[in-house]
Design a protein around this ligand. Structure first.
Ligand code: URA
Length: 186
């Protein structure tokens, strides 16, 4: 049977596939347009996301909204999801077993969305989606082609809050994403 957003969301909301299900308040499925050309992928929900059930609503999320605005985008024009849908305690990195248990949901989201561009937010997403040995400090902003989809990674907005010196590079990366969007998406 063909997959649907509704079936996928229901399955994800009820998931008990790893131990993060025991400590979550909300499953954070995703947010944005279900026909968007750009998919943004973060690592996993933090405290605010876990409380509200929506990705990137804390401080990092506000910065992400500002970054999108710089290139003329907003949440009505992109789709935002995470590698893991439930909050890792104390915001630690999601474990490999947790990522493995959850990645099928992201794969199905991607298959339903059929994005032209995927932007990984930070190292964890870049390693899971682009390549295992991805070096974010070296390879951020570079483009990779996989099955007709253009993929890139930029610094995670939380990293940009911690280290403002990373912001000029990210500005360049955002401009490159804007150019790719103009080329491929309209
Ligand atoms: N950081 C992430 O990677 N994802 C969120 O949803 C929020 C913060």
């Amino acid at each position: 049977m063909a997959d649907s957003w509704e079936a996928l969301k229901q399955e994800c909301m009820a998931c008990r596939g790893c131990a993060l299900a025991d400590t979550r308040n909300h499953v954070v499925f995703g947010d944005g347009a279900e026909d968007a050309d750009i998919l943004l992928i973060g690592e996993g929900p933090g405290q605010h996301e876990d409380e509200q059930g929506v990705p990137f609503v804390g401080r990092a999320g506000q910065l992400l909204d500002d970054m999108l605005e710089i290139i003329g985008l907003d949440r009505t024009k992109v789709y935002i999801a995470n590698i893991v849908k439930c909050r890792p305690p104390q915001n630690r990195d999601p474990l490999n077993v947790e990522q493995d248990a959850c990645i099928g949901f992201l794969r199905r989201q991607t298959a339903l969305l059929r994005p032209k561009i995927i932007v990984c937010l930070g190292r964890i997403a870049a390693k899971a989606i682009i390549k295992e040995d991805f070096k974010i400090t070296v390879e951020h902003g570079q483009w990779f082609q996989r099955g007709g989809v253009q993929m890139t990674a930029i610094y995670h907005p939380a990293a940009l809050l911690r280290d403002v010196n990373k912001r000029p590079d990210t500005f360049e990366d955002l401009k490159s994403i804007q150019a790719k969007y103009r080329e491929l998406c309209r």
